[in-house]
Design a protein around this ligand. Structure first.
Ligand SMILES: NC(=O)c1ccc[n+]([C@@H]2O[C@H](COP(=O)([O-])OP(=O)(O)OC[C@H]3O[C@@H](n4cnc5c(N)ncnc54)[C@H](O)[C@@H]3O)[C@@H](O)[C@H]2O)c1
Length: 217
C-alpha cells in the first residue's frame, strides 16, 4: 500500500491504531479469520462507531454482514503505521528505567529492535545489558550511523535531556520517545512523544478526587 501522508490521518486516530493492531494480533493468534467491528472495538477498548470512523481514514474495509478479514486489516494497519520494515532503536540512559526498557521483550513482535544502548557513566559504559554492550554517549553519532538507528528512547536525568536530545537530532534522528521530565525543544521536523507515568497517576488521582466529591454530596 502507498504510505499515507502524515496529515491524512488525525493524530487521535493514529494513537488508536496500535490498539487495533494488538487486538487483531490476538484474534489471529486465537485462529480467528474474520471479525466484526463490534468485537474488534470491544477488544480495543473503543466504541464501534469510533473504530469504523478511524478505519475510514485508512481506506475502505470490511464487507457488510461478513466483517473484517483479520490478517489483511492487520497488514494494512501495519503498513499505515510504517511497520513494514523494522525500526532500530537506541536507548540513552541505562539506569533503572533504561535497564527495564532494554530488557522489555515485546519490541520485536511490534516492529522494533534495540540496536544500541548508551550512557555517560564509566560504571555503566562497557557493561552488558540485555545482550548488548553499553556504548559511551560520546560515541553517539558514530553508533547511530553504524547501527542504522532511526529512533531514540531517552531515559536520562531531566537536567541533561535537552542537551542529549540536541545531539540525537544532530546525528540525524527524527523520532524521540522521551521519558525524562523535560519538555524538549526540537526542530519542527522532529517528533517527540513523551511518556509520564507520574502524570497519568495524577490524572487518576483527579478522577478519584472527583468521585469522592460526588460521594460526599
Ligand atoms: N516518564 C516516566 O514515566 C518515568 C518513569 C521513571 C523515570 N523517569 C525518568 O527517566 C529518567 C531515568 O530514570 P532512572 O530512574 O532510570 O534514573 P537513573 O539515575 O537510574 O538513570 C539515569 C541514567 O542516565 C545516565 N546519564 C546521565 N547523564 C547522561 C548523559 N548525558 N548521556 C547519557 N546517559 C546519561 C546515568 O549515568 C544513568 O545511568 C529520569 O529522568 C526519570 O525522571 C520517567
Amino acid at each position: 500500500m502507498a504510505e499515507l501522508s502524515e496529515n491524512a490521518v488525525p493524530a487521535a486516530t493514529v494513537g488508536r491504531l496500535p490498539y487495533y493492531l494488538r487486538a487483531l494480533r490476538d484474534l489471529a493468534d486465537e485462529g480467528v479469520a474474520l471479525t466484526s467491528s463490534s468485537e474488534l472495538a470491544e477488544r480495543s477498548g473503543v466504541g464501534s462507531a469510533q473504530l469504523r470512523k478511524d478505519l475510514s481514514f485508512l481506506g475502505s474495509f470490511g464487507t457488510r454482514g461478513v466483517g473484517y478479514d483479520v490478517q489483511s486489516l492487520a497488514d494494512y494497519i501495519k503498513a499505515a503505521l510504517g511497520l513494514e520494515s523494522e525500526h532500530r532503536l537506541a536507548i540513552v540512559g541505562i539506569g533503572n528505567l533504561g535497564h527495564a526498557l532494554a530488557n522489555y521483550s515485546g519490541y520485536t513482535q511490534r516492529g522494533f529492535q534495540v540496536a544500541a544502548l548508551l550512557d555517560a557513566s564509566p560504571e555503566v559504559v562497557g557493561t552488558e545489558v540485555a545482550g548488548l554492550r553499553v556504548d559511551d554517549i560520546g560515541d553517539l553519532s558514530a553508533v547511530i550511523a553504524e547501527r542504522r538507528v532511526s529512533m531514540v528512547v531517552l531515559a536520562t536525568p531531566g537536567g541533561v535531556a535537552q542537551g542529549v536530545a540536541e545531539e540525537v537530532v544532530a546525528a540525524g534522528v527524527r523520532e524521540i520517545l522521551n521519558f525524562a521530565p523535560t519538555a524538549l525543544q526540537v526542530p519542527d521536523d522532529v517528533v517527540v512523544r513523551s511518556v509520564d507515568v507520574g502524570g497519568e497517576l495524577q490524572i487518576l488521582a483527579f478522577h478519584a478526587a472527583a468521585r469522592a466529591a460526588v460521594a460526599e454530596d
